[in-house]
Design a protein. Structure first.
Length: 278
């Protein structure tokens, strides 16, 4: 899966994000990585569907994907992606969410939304998060390709309201992201988009990794969901993305110590070692 970073022009991709609201990395995964992804995900599929219309009643979602196999960790820490995200997110940014999305036949379209919607920041502020959606199966308009509204990351709340009130509403601006298997696209959390409807007779498999500023709260609480023995086996980059790093200068500390110290064998929380609570 490793791709040469020297030939990857992160600045050009960043410029595309700033201008149109997204960029595509056409060769994000090769055939071997796609096959490994399918093999490692297979044991987790077939057990449940979404709990609401947003998750998708005909969609399988496998959460905390980064900790389930090395291939998923590698996707979350892919060097070209890290270089691109560093153009927007400073310092030790975090992984916010990571899951597989298997859109089954008959799934309906999501409501139009933004991935930054739960952060209470004005739309005039920089995006708090950035999302990556990768195609394991090729995305088509028929099988539920993610639909985006190009340029909407630059719209104000008033712009959105005005366009929503127009004949055809926001839906008329949607463009399906039809990409080949192995491609991925990256976009800021302010971009309006939705998952499309799957009108075919086959599932459409994908994954999403979402990242956020180091000062923001991630969607998934990885401290609780990923056991420390798994985190210890991860790369330093993955550990940092899960929160075992400081955001300048001391956000994320553990009783005034670096959070990575909590991964050391035999580590005991200072509050326990110093004075057990009565």
């Amino acid at each position: 899966m490793d791709k040469p970073t020297a030939s990857f022009d992160a600045d050009t991709h960043a410029a595309e994000i700033r201008e149109q609201g997204f960029t595509v990395i056409a060769d994000f995964m090769d055939a071997d990585a796609i096959a490994e992804f399918r093999a490692r995900l297979a044991p987790f599929l077939g057990s449940h569907r979404g709990r609401n219309d947003f998750e998708g009643f005909e969609t399988e979602r496998v959460y905390t994907l980064v900790a389930r196999a090395k291939v998923f960790e590698d996707l979350a820490t892919e060097p070209r992606l890290m270089a691109l995200l560093s153009r927007f997110l400073e310092g030790a940014f975090l992984l916010s969410a990571t899951h597989a999305i298997n859109l089954m036949p008959g799934e309906t379209a999501q409501g139009i939304h933004t991935d930054d919607g739960f952060y209470r920041q004005p739309r005039s502020s920089p995006a708090v998060g950035y999302s990556v959606i990768g195609a394991i199966d090729a995305f088509t308009a028929a099988n539920g390709a993610t639909e985006v509204i190009p340029g909407s990351h630059l719209w104000s709340e008033d712009d959105i309201a005005r366009r929503r009130a127009e004949p055809g509403g926001l839906e008329k601006y949607l463009v399906p992201m039809e990409i080949a298997a192995g491609a991925a696209f990256v976009f800021p959390g302010k971009l309006l988009h939705r998952g499309g409807a799957n009108t075919t007779d086959k599932p459409r498999l994908a994954f999403t990794n979402q990242y956020c500023a180091g000062w923001a709260r991630p969607q998934e609480n990885f401290f609780l969901s990923v056991p420390k023995e798994i985190v210890r086996a991860m790369s330093p980059r993955a550990q940092a993305l899960l929160g075992y790093e400081l955001w300048p200068t001391f956000m994320g500390m553990v009783t005034a110590s670096h959070p990575a110290k909590s991964l050391e064998p035999g580590w005991v929380p200072p509050i326990v070692a110093q004075a057990p609570r009565a």
